[in-house]
Design a protein around this ligand. Structure first.
Ligand code: ADP
Length: 366
C-alpha cells in the first residue's frame, strides 16, 4: 500500500511538472494561443495574446471570442465552430482581428479541436500569428511591381518613336539605293530595326497585360491565312530555314483577334529557329479535333529540361539563359495570355537534345 501511494505521488509530481513545462512553452510563444469552449467562451489566454490584442487574461476569460472579431467578420466564427464540431482543423486562415484599442491586425489563424479523454470535442485551441509584416512586405512588392510595369510601359513608348523614325529613313534609303553593298547593309540594318521593334512591342504588351489594357478586336476569321502569314513573316527573316506546313482539308473559322494569333505564330516560330542552332527544319501542323482547332510548331533543336517545362510560360523566365539566343523571356508569357483570352490552351512537349512541340488550341464555333 505504502509503495503504491509513493508511486502515485511520483506520477502526480511528474504530471504537475509536465503541466508547468507546457504552460511555460505556451507563455513564451510568439504566437497568441487561446482556448475556447464550443460556445465560443474564452478559457485560456497566453502572454502573446495579451501583447497582440491588448487585453489582460482576467479581462477576457469567460467572455465570448467575438470580442476579437471585427463587426463585418462575425460570421467567420460560425464557420470555424462548424469545422471544429466536425473534428476538423482550420489551418492558416488569413483574416483580420480587432485589438482592445480598435486597431485591425492581419493574422493567420490555426484552430484545432480539443478532445476530452473519451474523444468528444469540448472546445478549440486557437493559434494566431500576427502577419502585419508579411502583408506589408507583399503590398510593397505589389507596389514596386506596378511601378516597374509602369516604367516598362513608358520606356517602351519612348523607344518606339525614334525606332519608327529610323525605320522610315532606312526604308527610304533602301528604296533609293542601287543593288550592291549599300543595299545589303541597309537590308541588315532594317532587319535589326524590325527585331528591335518586336522587342519594344513585347515590352509594351506586357505592361498593357499587367494593367488589363491589352485590347482585343475579336471577329470571325479564317485560321489558315493567319498561320500562313506568320509562317511567311518568319520565312523572310530566316530564309535558310525550311518550314513545312501540314494543313487540314477545310479552313477552320474562329472568333479571334487575327493580328494577335499571328503574333503567337511568329513568336513560336521565332523560338523554334532561335533554339535550334543545329537544325533548319520546322514543322507547322493545323488540325481540328473535338470542337477545337489545334496548331502545333515542332522543332528539332535543343529542347527544354523537364524541370523548366512549367515555368517557361512565366514572365521573364528563360530556361536556356546561357545559350547564345538572346531574349527577354516575354514571348511565351504574352502568347499564353493571348490564347487564354481566346478561351484556348497553350502547351509544350519537349525532349532535351531532340526538340520541342509547342501547340495551342482555339475553340471552334458550335
Ligand atoms: P525568350 O525566347 O525571349 O527568352 P520566351 O518567353 O519566348 O522568351 O521563351 C521563354 C524560354 O522558353 C526561353 O528563354 C527558352 O529557354 C524556352 N524556349 C522557348 N521556346 C523554345 C524552343 N522552341 N526550344 C527550346 N526552348 C524554348
Amino acid at each position: 500500500m505504502v509503495t503504491e501511494s509513493w508511486s502515485e505521488d511520483i506520477d502526480y509530481r511528474d504530471a504537475i511538472k509536465k503541466q508547468a513545462m507546457l504552460a511555460a512553452i505556451i507563455d513564451s510563444s510568439e504566437d497568441a494561443i487561446i482556448s475556447k469552449t464550443l460556445e465560443g467562451i474564452i478559457t485560456s489566454w497566453n502572454e502573446a495574446a495579451r501583447r497582440m490584442f491588448g487585453y489582460d487574461e482576467a479581462e477576457v476569460i469567460g467572455r465570448h471570442i467575438s470580442l476579437l472579431i471585427p463587426h463585418d467578420r462575425q460570421q467567420e466564427e460560425q464557420m470555424i465552430i462548424d469545422s471544429i464540431r466536425k473534428g476538423l482543423k482550420v489551418q492558416h486562415f488569413e483574416t483580420l482581428r480587432q485589438t482592445k484599442d480598435g486597431r485591425l491586425i492581419p493574422i493567420s489563424l490555426t484552430i484545432s479541436p480539443i478532445k476530452a479523454g473519451d474523444g468528444t470535442i469540448i472546445g478549440a485551441s486557437k493559434i494566431a500569428r500576427d502577419i502585419s509584416e508579411q502583408v506589408k512586405a507583399q503590398e510593397e512588392i505589389r507596389m514596386l511591381n506596378a511601378r516597374k510595369d509602369e516604367f516598362i510601359g513608358i520606356a517602351g513608348h519612348e523607344l518606339r518613336t525614334p525606332v519608327t523614325t529610323i525605320k522610315g529613313y532606312l526604308q527610304l534609303m533602301e528604296a533609293q539605293a542601287e543593288n550592291g553593298v549599300a543595299s545589303d547593309f541597309l537590308d541588315k540594318a532594317l532587319r535589326q530595326v524590325n527585331k528591335l521593334n518586336r522587342l519594344i512591342g513585347d515590352l509594351l504588351d506586357v505592361s498593357k497585360i499587367q494593367a488589363g489594357k491589352l485590347q482585343y478586336n475579336m471577329i470571325a476569321c479564317r485560321l489558315l491565312p493567319l498561320v500562313r502569314e506568320g509562317v511567311e513573316t518568319v520565312r523572310q527573316i530566316y530564309p535558310g530555314h525550311s518550314i513545312d506546313l501540314i494543313l487540314p482539308a477545310g479552313d477552320p473559322v474562329i472568333t479571334a483577334d487575327g493580328a494577335k494569333i499571328e503574333q503567337v505564330m511568329i513568336n513560336l516560330l521565332n523560338n523554334a529557329v532561335k533554339y535550334s542552332p543545329d537544325a533548319t527544319r520546322i514543322e507547322v501542323k493545323v488540325k481540328t479535333s473535338e470542337g477545337q482547332a489545334i496548331v502545333s510548331v515542332k522543332d528539332f533543336g535543343i529542347g527544354i529540361p523537364p524541370q523548366h517545362l512549367e515555368d517557361i510560360f512565366n514572365r521573364y523566365f528563360r530556361a536556356n539563359s546561357d545559350s547564345s539566343a538572346g531574349g527577354l523571356g516575354l514571348g511565351l508569357y504574352i502568347s499564353k495570355e493571348i490564347i487564354r483570352r481566346h478561351s484556348g490552351d497553350i502547351g509544350v512537349e519537349s525532349k532535351e537534345g531532340e526538340g520541342s512541340v509547342f501547340y495551342f488550341s482555339l475553340p471552334l464555333p458550335e
